[in-house]
Ligand binder design. Structure first.
Ligand code: 15L
Length: 273
């Protein structure tokens, strides 16, 4: 692909991708509401607020593929989610359609399905159980992706990512961690795999404690190299005791996203597994 647009480029994941993607996609274009503080002279940046259709349309001109990271990356008040992740995501797909973009990789989240218990292994076609307004907005984006794939012929991939970083941060992240280079593999499948229509994959590394059945991603060619188990002893030694955590955060895959604003009866938690 000659010109690939990375939205949300000034964020944390954007920081990793700005280093890893240019050798693969030399025509990488960065976009965000504000320029990254450490923007390099070699990088191309277009300022765009995805909540403003004309701005994101301008950023999509001449683009063949989009990696959409932009928007809120965690729970927020409804108005903020609405603007950045609902309106913004719609603007992005509409801009992609108008500009004739061939592929979109939509970076969604484990929080689209966060209300599954940790003891359950879930495939990608599981009934959604978002754990937050943020998770609901990611599902909206997944739905938009499917619609633009089947109705408008854009090849779309929804990557339900866990936590991107150099190493897993805590016990929950031992299940959902993804090493940045593994994320690049998934992005490349989304942008380059011939004949792709619409796919959903979990964005996690080769984690022994994973609660996802990611066999579909492997069938599409994903061969993750990161292994969270290499960090397990260190991570578990630093983990606070379960007594200090909310029961919903411990029980469900989505962790604190499940526990925040939780008002159901925790004593009957396991009845809602
Ligand atoms: C996400 O979806 C967030 O974007 C990220 O900041 C982390 O909180 C991650 O999930 C997680 O579940 O750890």
């Amino acid at each position: 692909m000659q010109r690939v647009l990375l939205t949300g480029a000034a964020g944390n994941i954007g920081g990793y991708l700005r280093k890893l993607l240019p050798p693969v996609y030399p025509g990488l274009v960065l976009s965000d509401i504000k320029a990254p503080k450490d923007l390099q002279p070699s990088e191309t940046f277009i300022q765009a607020d995805i909540a403003k259709a004309d701005e994101i349309e301008r950023a999509c001109q001449g683009v063949e593929g989009i990696i959409h990271l932009g928007g809120r990356s965690g729970e927020a008040p409804w108005e903020a989610i609405l603007e950045a992740n609902i309106v913004g995501c719609y603007n992005l797909f509409e801009a992609a359609r108008k500009a004739g973009v061939k592929r979109v990789v939509f970076v969604t989240s484990n929080h689209a399905v966060g209300f599954y218990p940790r003891e359950t292994t879930i495939p990608t076609d599981v009934i959604p159980r978002p754990d937050s307004r943020y998770g609901v907005s990611k599902l909206f984006g997944e739905g938009l992706g499917a619609m633009y794939a089947y109705k408008h012929g854009i090849g779309v991939t929804s990557l339900r990512i866990g936590n991107v970083g150099d190493k897993p941060l805590d016990a929950r992240r031992l299940a959902i961690w993804i090493r940045p280079d593994d994320l690049v593999q998934l992005i490349r499948i989304g942008l380059e795999r011939p004949g792709l229509v619409y796919e959903v994959m979990y964005g996690v590394s080769d984690n022994q404690r994973s609660w996802y059945d990611n066999s579909h991603a492997r069938a599409l060619g994903y061969d993750p190299q990161g292994r969270s188990e290499d960090f397990a002893a260190q991570v578990l030694a630093a983990e606070p005791p379960a007594s200090q955590k909310h029961p919903a955060a411990e029980y469900y895959q989505g962790g604190t996203f499940c526990a925040d604003e939780y008002s159901a009866d925790v004593s009957t938690l396991k009845d809602r597994s």
